[in-house]
Every structure is written in C-alpha cells, then in structure tokens.
Design a protein around this ligand. Structure first.
Ligand code: ZN
Length: 135
C-alpha cells in the first residue's frame, strides 16, 4: 500500500551548482549527501514537510542519470512513492500489465529498498517505490 510521495528525484549536472537554488532561493537545507554506487549517482536530499527533494548527479558517463541528462537535460527524473511493501507493490504493478525495471527491490539511497517501473507503463513518469526507513 502506498503511504505518501516520499520524494521527487531531479536530475542535475552538478549538485554543487544546483544546491544554491534549493538552499538560497527555496530556503531548504541539505540533510544528507550520499553516493549510490549501484546507480552510479551522487544524491543530495532536501527536506520539505513530509517529503524530500532528491538531487541526482551522475558519477560516470554510463550512469542512467548521465543518459537522462544527455537526452532530456536537467529536470524531473522520477516520482518516488513510499510503500509499506515494495515487493507486493511490484507484483501488483506487474499483474496490472506494467513493465518493471526491477523485478525485485534493490538497495538505494538511505539503505531503502527501491524499485522502478518503466516510464512507458506509467505515462511518461519514471516511478519509484521505496520502503519506509527514514533517512
Ligand atoms: Zn529516488
């Protein structure tokens, strides 16, 4: 079952440059920066109420984020929904005809279980399910 929007993922060329907007303009504070080797990204999380903004910067040219930036430029990359059971969420999506990027959850930022649905199955928005452990 989904509980809330956990975070919005935003692809950027440089967290060092992008954080000015989130800190100085929006007044948010960075809670955490973390490199996620499995995804070849560096992430920075900003808290706003019950949700977060996740900036994603590629750490290598074959990172999925590098490919996204090359084809679409900076911008909204994914919407992440907090789920009480990521595996159950995935099988429900699959039963309903969705194409999955991950058949089983992987470990993502903050040591959460995460899994992605293909954007072709979700009307153009890359969709993430993540488990509920707090950052
Ligand atoms: Zn995410």
């Amino acid at each position: 079952m989904l509980k809330k929007i956990d975070h919005l993922g935003i692809a950027v060329h440089s967290i060092a440059e992008a954080r000015h907007f989130y800190e100085a303009v929006l007044g948010l504070s960075c809670e955490k920066e973390e490199e996620v080797a499995s995804q070849k990204v560096r992430t920075a999380f900003f808290s706003l109420g019950e949700t977060h903004i996740e900036l994603l910067e590629p750490t290598s040219d074959d990172s999925p984020i590098a490919k996204f930036l090359a084809s679409r430029g900076e911008g909204l990359h994914h919407v992440a929904y907090r789920s009480t059971d990521v595996e159950e969420q995935l099988s429900q999506a699959k039963e309903n005809g969705c194409q999955l990027i991950h058949e089983t959850p992987i470990i993502g930022a903050g040591n959460k279980q995460v899994a992605f649905l293909h954007p072709k199955s979700s009307h153009g928005v890359l969709t993430e399910f993540c488990s509920g452990e707090e950052l």
